[in-house]
Design a protein around this ligand. Structure first.
Ligand SMILES: [Zn+2]
Length: 479
């Protein structure tokens, strides 16, 4: 019996990791042949998706009062040295240049606090200059010592970083909450990637921060993937750069600062992992570089009808592509399904006679007839329904993943079953690190912290040390 022709060597459910590597190549998202470890080429289809993400993020950030800026990629060593915990945290990962400026070494930025604060010291004078909310888009560079994986962990990645200064701690903390809201609005509601906002344990806090809130999402293999983080920065950090302002009471004060870093390349990994299937990418309608592909069949009047449909869709703001290449229809279908184009419209003589076209829907693979007269309007409506379907499916997957545990055995079982274990725990301050270390050692799982959006009440005694529990934590395997 002939083996059924499949698109991938493995199915997504049987070997997610292999499927993920294959889809990046087959859907032409990345090319790994550049030849420098940890650096990947993002091909046009991947770059177009990332470009859409950037636009959506930047529109949202600007609407919330962040101003676009472009700072140098290079940071002098003395800037790093001003905040001891920051340089300690990043030192092993910094790429240093061979060229020096005088005696000073120069670094490729791993993040840009130390560039922004240099300028904040010049730009901020009085309370009237606050809040100062800025952002830039670009690459950052981290000499990862762990194994690198395309989009998931690279030595260069594409992100946005916001850097913000406020007169009061309350204002800064409100910004951290606003950041979680942006992640919710875009990454969850538009891109269909659910997450938990997690306040990280003390030992996992960003170097130089009072606290860090990371967004933990999940891949289909049950592994946690960290998405955008927000940090409330210690005041000592801007202070060491001489950032200060004269307040309303005429007193000189140090502003509170925050930063937020959504990494587009990493969010793309989540989008691909969450929605893709064994035919290729499944892209949210809002993110797809091409939302509708039209495949014309030869026949009387078809060319004219296709031009007309294309025009009407474009007028409604739909991103549309006509595939009039020489390929056979089957090949075209295969290609655009791999690329994750949400809708494929087939137009031939038969369709023209009926006055309706066939629309193939990528996620559920259904085919429906749509009246040509109302096509553009109907596609818009179908796009909204399409994204709602992807979101509902992702939410359902996510809801199922958290298991309440009360002892070591149940924690081990939950993690072994590729779930997230939720349990009462002694502490997420420095004194809890040893217990977290035991969990890491025995189950190869990390204690990710406490919910930043919920107040979950602890009970009982720590499953590791037996001391009274103070917090509810989540633990799981992670990327
Ligand atoms: Zn403990």
């Amino acid at each position: 019996m002939a083996k059924k022709k499949t698109t991938f060597n493995v199915s997504k459910s049987e070997n997610f990791s292999e499927w993920f590597s294959e889809i990046l190549q087959k859907a032409e998202i990345t090319d790994l042949r550049y030849g420098v470890k940890g650096f990947v080429v993002i091909r046009p289809w991947g770059a177009l998706i990332i470009d859409k993400m950037y636009r959506l993020y930047e529109d949202e950030l600007r609407a919330k009062g962040h101003e676009l800026s472009i700072l140098p990629t290079i940071i002098p060593e003395e800037n790093f040295n001003k905040e001891a915990s920051h340089i300690d945290g990043f030192a092993p990962e910094v790429f240093w240049l061979d060229k020096k400026q005088g005696d000073s070494r120069l670094a490729m930025r791993p993040t840009s606090e130390t560039a922004y604060y240099e300028m904040f010291a010049l730009w901020i004078r009085s309370y009237r200059d606050l809040p100062l909310k800025m952002y830039q888009r670009g690459s950052v560079f981290r000499n990862e010592t762990k194994a690198t994986r395309p989009l998931l962990r690279g030595r260069e990645f594409q992100w946005i970083e916001t850097h913000n200064a406020f007169a009061t701690k309350e204002d800064a903390e409100a910004q951290a909450q606003e950041d979680i809201g942006i992640t919710e609005k875009l990454m969850h509601k538009v891109f269909g990637v659910p997450f938990f906002p997690m306040k990280r344990p003390k030992w996992d806090t960003f170097p130089g921060a009072v606290y860090t809130i990371g967004s933990d999402s999940l891949m289909p293999d049950g592994k946690i993937i960290q998405q955008p983080s927000t940090h409330l920065i210690k005041q000592s950090f801007p202070k060491s750069f001489g950032v200060k302002f004269v307040d309303k009471d005429e007193g000189e004060k140090t502003p509170w600062t925050t930063c937020y870093g959504p990494a587009m390349s990493r969010i793309l990994a989540s989008v691909i992992g969450m929605h893709g299937d064994d035919s290729g990418l499944v892209l949210p309608y809002a993110l797809a570089p091409v939302q509708v592909v039209i495949v014309p069949f030869t026949g009387e009047g078809v060319d004219k009808a296709v031009l007309d449909i294309e025009k009407k869709l474009r007028e409604k703001g739909v991103s549309v592509k006509v595939d009039d290449s020489d390929k056979r229809p089957g090949e075209k279908f295969f290609h655009w399904e791999m690329k994750g184009v949400p809708f494929r419209i087939e137009v031939g003589e038969k369709e023209l006679e009926r006055g309706e076209v066939s629309v193939f829907i990528r996620d559920n693979k259904e085919k429906v007839g749509v009246d040509m007269k109302s096509l553009a309007r109907t596609i818009g409506k179908m796009g909204v329904e399409y994204d709602a379907r992807l979101l509902a499916k992702a939410d359902l997957f996510f809801e199922d993943k958290v298991i309440d545990c009360s002892d070591k055995v149940s924690i081990g079982k939950a993690i072994g079953d590729e779930k997230i274990a939720r349990f009462s725990f002694c502490s997420v301050e420095a004194d809890g690190e040893a217990c977290a270390g035991v969990i890491e050692k025995e189950f190869v799982a990390e204690v990710r912290g406490t919910r930043a959006d919920l107040d979950e009440k602890a009970s009982g005694k720590c499953p590791i040390c037996g001391k009274k529990n103070k917090v509810v934590v989540y633990a799981g395997k992670s990327y």
